[in-house]
Design a protein. Structure first.
Length: 345
């Protein structure tokens, strides 16, 4: 059932103040998922949670994207589970496929070589997915009118009520990139990612900001720390991905071939870009988003969150995450220092 949008705010007996937003005050924002027809059940489960936790009071649209046509069954199944507006889109063919810069024979050799080295090491489609989410998702026509997106995935868990509008929070606080979990990447999947990034920085200093948080991603020995924001949840000001700097960086990475020859993920790519091109104050840890995706769980440990969350507070990766500690202990450096980290003599 549709919620009544009469009241702007109400407080429950266990002291959570829920804000609602009249439809005409919603931001230009949506929940976006790249998803396969076969993931209908998991996608329904995620959407139901996002609605229950947050979106039933707001009614932001859901956008589902697929490299294939969505089946009638998928579309019907999704429409049944939510009242929010839903859009289904197919990817433009030139956004999903082998990059023109890579050698197909070498791609197959490297898939065979990497197959046993790490998860998805031999998967071609996984690489198309990572490249798509790195360089193309923000260009999909269905996202053209959006200022923010919140990426969702099938089969994840949202543990906590979100009583306010996170898009509005991002906007009001001039935030660009929001995350909930920051783990370390498997080194073998990104063997030359920093080396390639470094070159881009040295060749494109005009794209670097006067101050950045790059130290989070790169240690004093000029090595990638493997820290990244887990992009299966991310709330992002899309003007960041649409910026000239980000596009130039993506093109440079694409030319280098590592999306295929290695297995560069969209998470480390987004994260290195965020650290390199943004200031710490533009990043936001949504600590209050209790979240599980296979592999890691975050559960807020603040006792005031107990009435909002249904997770076990002893069970949170984020309070022992090395990358989260780096995040709180480090600050911005200036452009000259960033270039020196990248190897400027
Ligand atoms: P993991 O989280 O790294 O294990 O990767 P996932 O399998 O969860 O994939 C990340 C996201 O991309 C999920 O939302 C998937 O539904 C989606 N995805 C992955 N591969 C494909 C694909 O080949 N086609 C489509 N349409 N979506 C995909
Ligand atoms: Mn996933």
């Amino acid at each position: 059932a549709q919620v009544e949008r009469m009241s702007q705010q109400y407080t429950t007996s266990n002291n959570i103040t829920y804000v609602t937003q009249p439809k005409d005050q919603l931001l230009r924002a949506a929940m976006v998922a790249l998803v396969r027809n076969s993931e209908l059940d998991g996608m329904r489960a995620t959407v139901r949670q996002v609605d229950d936790r947050f979106n039933r009071r707001f009614g932001y649209p859901y956008i589902f994207l697929n490299d294939e046509d969505f089946s009638e069954e998928f579309m019907k199944g999704m429409r049944e589970i939510t009242d929010a507006p839903i859009y289904f889109g197919k990817l433009p063919a030139d956004h999903w496929g082998l990059s023109e810069y890579v050698n197909e024979t070498k791609v197959h050799e490297m898939l065979a070589y990497n197959k046993g080295r790490y998860i998805y090491g031999g998967s071609y489609s996984y690489r198309l997915m990572c490249r798509y989410q790195s360089g193309f998702i923000h260009k999909h026509p269905l996202l053209a009118n959006l200022d923010y997106y919140w990426r969702i995935e099938p089969g994840v868990t949202y543990f906590c009520d979100m009583p306010y509008d996170p898009f509005k929070y991002m906007k009001d606080n001039n935030l660009v990139y929001g995350f909930t979990i920051t783990p370390m990447e498997k080194a073998l999947t990104v063997e030359t990612l920093w080396e390639t990034t470094r070159k881009w920085m040295l060749e494109n200093p005009q794209h670097l900001p006067e101050e950045s948080f790059i130290k989070w991603a790169v240690n004093d020995k000029s090595e990638y720390t493997l820290c990244h924001f887990w992009s299966n949840f991310e709330i992002v000001d899309l003007s960041f991905y649409r910026s000239k700097a980000y596009e130039s960086y993506f093109q440079h990475l694409d030319r280098a071939g590592g999306f295929f020859y290695e297995r560069w993920g969209d998470a480390p790519v987004h994260s290195i870009a965020a650290a390199m091109l943004l200031r710490k104050e533009q990043l936001h840890w949504f600590e209050d988003v209790g979240y599980h995706h296979p592999g890691y769980t975050h559960c807020p440990n603040d006792s005031s969150m107990a009435s909002r969350c249904v997770c076990s507070r002893s069970d949170s990766y984020m309070y022992r995450s090395v990358c989260n500690h780096r995040l709180s202990s480090l600050g911005n450096i200036n452009k000259q220092q960033a270039l020196e980290l990248a190897g400027l003599p």
